[in-house]
Design a protein around this ligand. Structure first.
Ligand SMILES: [Fe+2]
Length: 399
């Protein structure tokens, strides 16, 4: 078992304050990277402002239309119809990008299940490239931590940004969201990595007139759930980026005519694992960032009661929570055990259909007109074999 996220000593510190408050951190393995980063960091912050403004300029309000991957040369196409069983089957993974044996074992087990189940789409719920995110849009880590482990799962992967993908000086801090632009840029080069912008929506079936069956809304939770305060004004909790993203999500969920609506966000709304729920992440209940208070507001004011599912990672566990009055009927699923595993115990008591805090694993979501089902698989890393641990035919009723 392992879960080695670095947690700051106080809420909403800057990364420099965190390093000063924790000299052991600066002297340890993190220190070498920090020393390397410090000089370029000044340029990165400036570049981030410019890059953020440029990104906003080409993606004006509400205009982030779902990209048509099927039309792109060389991309694995989005499903245009259901699989053999009459359902759309979707692989759910999270927190996968270590490049280590456990990731390869889970991916190998998932590959077999994908073949057997006719899976046509995959989801990567963030922390795609540990520990610091990619250093460039053509970083070899995209190959070693994504393409190679997932070879043979030759379908589009809807990717979202996690805190490690947006590391600043400290791995996993979420303190430099501009680094996520490298993962957007990488989508142009990969046949399977799907991230047309930092937040986006995808409707299935693709390329068909009429109401979609299911629509995915991938969001960037980092600026409102980072371990540290955001220094770039563009990415502050109440800055232009989050205001625009909220406006887009609100409009897109309202406008959607899909039978099923699914929000993908790295940081969970509700979570029985050690990191806890939005608004009190890791025991922090003050400030604008570390506690995730503004992500809690976003989920409660924009998502709950409108989406059927919130799919998240961040906690390296497998949880299928129950929809409640508090969630407006929206169900939270945490699926972040594709490379790391949890500490073996529940830390909170949100009602759950099934949960596992010890094993590696993944899930398969099946969607039809009449129902959604979720199959949760645990994986024995030594044998690379998956075991169907739980199957839920959910009562997905909103409102
Ligand atoms: Fe994370």
């Amino acid at each position: 078992m392992c879960d080695d996220e670095l947690i700051p000593p106080s809420a909403d510190m800057t990364e420099e304050q965190w390093l000063r408050a924790d000299p052991a951190l600066a002297e340890g393995p993190v220190g070498e990277r920090v020393r390397e980063m410090r000089a370029p960091r000044r340029r990165t912050v400036l570049g981030g402002v410019v890059a953020g403004a440029a990104a906003l300029a080409v993606l004006p309000g509400g205009s982030q239309a779902p990209a048509a991957a099927a039309a792109r040369t060389g991309k694995f196409p989005l499903p245009t119809g259901p699989g053999r069983s009459g359902e759309y089957a979707v692989l759910l993974t999270g927190d996968a990008g270590t490049g280590e044996e456990a990731q390869h074992a889970v991916a190998a087990a998932a590959r077999e299940v994908c073949r057997a189940e006719g899976v046509g789409l995959a989801v990567g719920l963030g922390d795609n490239i540990y520990e610091n995110g990619p250093e460039s849009a053509d970083d070899s880590e995209f190959r070693t931590k994504f393409e190679e482990p997932n070879a043979g799962v030759d379908i589009p992967w809807l990717m979202v940004l996690g805190n490690h993908d947006c590391s600043g000086l400290i791995p996993g801090s979420g303190g430099d969201p501009s680094r996520g632009d490298r993962e957007v840029a990488y989508a142009k080069a990969s046949p399977r990595w799907y991230m047309p912008s930092r937040y986006y929506n995808v409707a299935l079936p693709a390329a068909r007139e009429g109401d979609p069956l299911v629509e995915f809304f991938a969001i960037d939770t980092n600026p409102v759930a980072s371990y540290v305060a955001q220094l770039d004004p563009h990415y502050r909790w109440n800055g232009p980026y989050m205001r625009e993203q909220r406006r887009w999500l609100d409009g897109a969920l309202k406008a959607s005519r899909a039978r099923w609506k699914i929000v993908l966000g790295h940081h969970p709304y509700l979570n029985n694992g050690k990191h806890g729920s939005a608004g009190s992440y890791d025991g922090f209940e003050i400030g604008h960032y570390t506690s995730g208070i503004h992500l809690k507001e976003l989920y409660e004011e924009v998502v709950c009661g409108r989406a059927d599912l919130i799919l998240s990672g961040h906690d390296h566990t497998l949880q299928i929570l129950e929809p409640t009055t508090r969630t407006g009927g929206t169900r939270q699923i945490v699926c972040g055990a594709a490379a790391k595993s949890g500490d073996g115990k529940a830390h909170f008591g949100h009602p759950a259909s099934w949960q596992n805090f010890s094993d590696h694993g993944f899930m398969v979501l099946k969607v039809s007109e009449r129902a959604m089902t979720v199959d949760a698989y645990t994986v024995d890393v030594a044998t690379r074999e998956a075991r169907l641990a739980h199957s839920l035919k959910a009562k997905f009723s909103r409102g």
